[in-house]
Design a binder for this molecule. Structure first.
Ligand code: R1P
Ligand code: URA
Length: 261
C-alpha cells in the first residue's frame, strides 16, 4: 500500500472494492464484463490494471484486469486481497489441449499445471494449484443455466504464449513439444497464462478462487482463425458470481455494503 492507503499497482483503496472480483487478463474486456453488473462505473486505471465496479444482488463486485501472465496477476490478487476481496474468478481466453474441443467451448478450471515461474516464489511445485469447490459449482450452475457448452478440467498455465502456440520455432522445440504432449496426455483441457497464479496466491491468502476460460480450438489459434465470441464467457462468469453472492447472503454471512457511486 502507498502512504495514502491506495494499492500500489491497482490504484484502489478499500472504499473502491467489496468482497468479490472478476479478473480478465485483457483490459479491453473489463468494461464489457462490468456492463453485466448493476450500476457499473469506471474506478481506476494504472499500467495493465483497469478496474470497474458494480453490484450483484446488492453486493459490490469489481472487475479488474490482471494483464498477461503470473507476475502481474499475482500482484493484482495480492492487492485486491489486501483491500478485502475474498472471492475471485479469472475470466479469460485460452488455447485448447484436447483434439475434440469445439471452438468456443468453455473450460471450467478445477486445477492448474504450474508450468510458470511466479507461483514457485510462493509454494513448492508439489503444492497443487486448485480451484475452490463452491466456485467451481457456481460456474457449472451458471453454464448449465445459460446453455453454454463446457468441460471441467485442468489448465496448463505457462509463461510463454509463443512457446505453446509455435513451439517448433523455439531452440527448445523438442522439449516444449514433448512437455505439451505430456500435459495433453495427462488430460489438461486448456492452456493459458494466469490461472496458476490466481489459485496459488489465493490459497496462500485464503481467497476463494475459480477460473473460466473460452477455448480456441488449437487449429484456430495456429491458423489465425476467428476468435470465439466472448459474450457467453462473460455471462457465465457474472452469473456464477451472482450465485456466490446470493449463497453467502442466504447463509447469513455478513457481506460488505455496496459502494456504487
Ligand atoms: O484473455 P486473457 O485473460 O488475456 O488470457 C489469455 O490471453 C493472453 C494471451 O494472448 C494470456 O493472458 C492468456 O492467458
Ligand atoms: O493458445 C492460446 C490461446 C489463447 N491464450 C493462450 O495462452 N494460448
Amino acid at each position: 500500500m502507498t502512504a495514502n492507503g491506495r494499492a500500489h499497482h491497482l490504484h484502489l483503496d478499500e472504499s473502491d472494492v467489496g468482497g468479490y472480483a472478476l479478473l480478465p487478463g485483457n483490459p479491453d474486456h473489463v468494461a464489457d464484463i462490468a456492463a453485466l453488473l448493476d450500476e457499473p462505473v469506471f474506478v481506476a486505471r494504472n499500467r495493465e490494471f483497469e478496474t470497474w465496479r458494480g453490484s450483484l444482488a446488492g453486493e459490490t463486485v469489481v472487475v479488474t484486469s490482471t494483464g498477461v501472465g503470473g507476475p502481474s496477476t499475482a500482484l493484482a490478487v495480492e492487492e485486491l486481497a489486501a483491500l478485502g476481496v475474498d472471492t475471485m474468478i479469472r475470466v479469460g481466453v485460452s488455447g485448447s489441449m484436447q483434439p475434440d474441443t469445439r471452438n468456443g467451448e468453455l473450460a471450467i478450471v478445477t486445477g492448474a499445471i504450474r508450468d510458470e515461474g511466479t507461483t514457485k516464489q510462493y509454494l513448492p511445485v508439489e503444492f497443487p494449484a486448485v480451484a475452490t469447490i463452491e466456485v467451481v459449482r457456481a460456474l457449472q450452475e451458471a453454464a448449465d443455466a445459460g446453455g453454454v457448452p463446457y468441460r471441467c478440467g485442468l489448465a496448463h498455465t505457462k509463461d510463454s504464449y509463443y512457446g505453446e502456440t509455435e513451439p517448433e520455432r523455439m531452440p527448445l522445440a523438442s522439449a516444449l513439444v514433448e512437455r505439451l504432449d505430456i500435459w495433453r496426455r495427462g488430460g489438461a483441457v486448456c492452456s493459458e497464462m494466469e490461472t496458476a497464479a490466481v489459485f496459488i496466491v489465493g490459497s496462500v491468502l485464503n481467497v476463494r478462487t475459480g477460473s473460466v476460460v473460452m477455448m480456441w480450438s488449437g487449429d484456430a489459434v495456429r491458423d489465425g482463425g476467428p476468435a470465439p465470441a466472448v459474450e457467453p464467457l462473460f455471462a457465465t462468469a457474472v452469473e456464477a458470481m451472482r450465485h456466490l453472492v446470493s449463497a453467502r447472503g442466504a447463509a447469513g454471512v455478513a457481506g460488505r455494503s455496496v459502494g456504487v457511486a
